[in-house]
Design a protein around this ligand. Structure first.
Ligand code: DI6
Ligand code: FE
Length: 397
């Protein structure tokens, strides 16, 4: 397939824009990309009506598979009850854990597919999905299995993370060390053995796990050959990012309260900063992540939905991009790099996120004049078509 008459935002060096481009796709890969005038001969051209091509979008941080609803907590928070207060009273993550434990794989898959469809309608071709709403071994494995299987039902690549250290389960309420033992000696090894996780995540926060507890989980992850990433510095500055950087983490996520020491640490380790403006928005937080310092230090910035029932029921990656601009001060270019090249980096994926020869042919086509148009509107979907693994899976060319 030779696509012609398109503008290509290759995302190599800024937008890496090619004004009048052609893309040759062979065997699910990009075989050639460049100015149309130089396209290799002998291929029948498929015109794209001047549309904008970008890499398929990558949502590198979601909690897509869960049971139940937290709409009532949204209402509670609007009457002034805080997220931490709700969590302490047995709501919050624990409420989703109860609902998720009680659901079958089929029920979890059915609700997850509806949410996934909302993301796919905006050009997402790769999604990361975390566990963390089961906490016990069987439910964590159930969530990860459902997450992996979603790619059998939809044209999307799924990357999974085991987030056992998300919250203390009720059965371990008086026994933190016991729960960490369970993670480190039973659940994590079982998850690794069944090849259900591509990485290990944790929630390092006053209401969740300490830096030392998190480090213990990371040490086991590394001994099993799994990369690590961390929910860090979301509500306070515990120094989790610095520890994660020392462990060579792929990413640190949220990081509203990250200080300069933390910025320097993740810059040294090449860790990606994943910005999650949806949670910031829903929690009506006041402290934005240190974007200027991150930029100055050359830290790659990614942007994701953090799709979850508690703090970020955001089912739109375009909205997350817009929020990253309006709330955190990213440029539209940084926002688009955040859901393409830098999101791939955050997941440790080297075969996507840019349009270049040899890369996976995951391409989104947009009814847009300029790549900056994608982060600009709210609630207006510019997507025209999607190619996944070289196949047209949405829209028509
Ligand atoms: N940080 C978050 O934003 C989500 N998990 C986490 O560690 C929230 C999870 C929830 O409230 O259900
Ligand atoms: Fe999260």
């Amino acid at each position: 397939m030779l696509l012609t008459n398109l503008k290509a935002a290759t995302m190599q060096d800024g937008y890496g824009l090619i004004e009048d481009a052609a893309i040759l796709i062979e065997d699910g890969r990009i075989a050639w990309i460049g100015p149309r005038a130089e396209a290799p001969p002998g291929h029948e051209a498929t015109g794209c009506e001047g549309r904008l091509a970008t890499p398929g979008l990558i949502d590198c941080h979601t909690h897509l598979v869960y049971g139940g609803s937290r709409a009532h907590e949204f209402e509670q928070r609007l009457t002034g009850v805080s997220y931490a207060e709700i969590a302490k009273a047995g709501g919050g993550i624990a409420s989703t854990v109860r609902a998720t434990r009680s659901q079958s794989e089929a029920d979890l898959a059915a609700s997850a597919l509806k949410r996934l469809d909302a993301l796919l309608a905006e050009g997402v071709t790769t999604i990361e999905i975390k566990s963390g709403y089961g906490l016990d071994r069987d439910t964590e494995m159930k969530i990860l299995k459902v997450a992996r299987e979603l790619s059998q039902w939809r044209p999307v690549d799924v990357v999974t993370s085991y987030l056992g250290a998300h919250a203390l389960p009720p059965e371990f309420k008086e026994n933190r060390a016991g729960y960490l033992d369970l993670i480190c000696t039973e659940v994590l090894p079982a998850v690794a053995k069944a090849n259900l996780a591509d990485a290990v995540d944790a929630f390092c926060e006053g209401i969740a796990f300490s830096v030392e507890e998190t480090r213990r989980v990371f040490d086991v992850a590394k001994s099993l050959g799994l990369p690590v990433k961390l929910h860090a510095e979301q509500l306070s500055n515990l120094g989790g990012s610095k520890m994660a950087a020392e462990c060579g983490a792929l990413s640190v996520d949220h990081i509203e309260y990250l200080d300069q020491e933390g910025v320097d640490a993740i810059a040294r380790s090449g860790t990606v900063a994943v910005l999650l403006p949806g949670a910031f928005y829903y929690l009506r937080e006041k402290q934005a992540p240190p974007v200027v310092a991150l930029r100055q230090a050359g830290v790659p910035l990614a942007v994701a939905t953090d799709l979850n029932p508690g703090t970020s029921p955001v089912h739109s990656i375009l909205t997350a991009m817009n929020m990253a601009c309006v709330l955190f001060g990213l440029t539209p270019e940084e926002a688009l790099r955040g859901v393409t090249v830098n999101a791939a980096l955050a997941l440790g994926l080297k075969d996507r996120g840019v349009l270049a020869p040899g890369m996976k042919a995951d391409i989104a086509l947009w009814n847009a004049e300029r790549p900056g148009d994608l982060a600009y509107p709210l609630g207006f979907n510019l997507l025209a078509a999607v190619i996944h693994n070289g196949e047209i899976v949405r829209g028509m060319l």
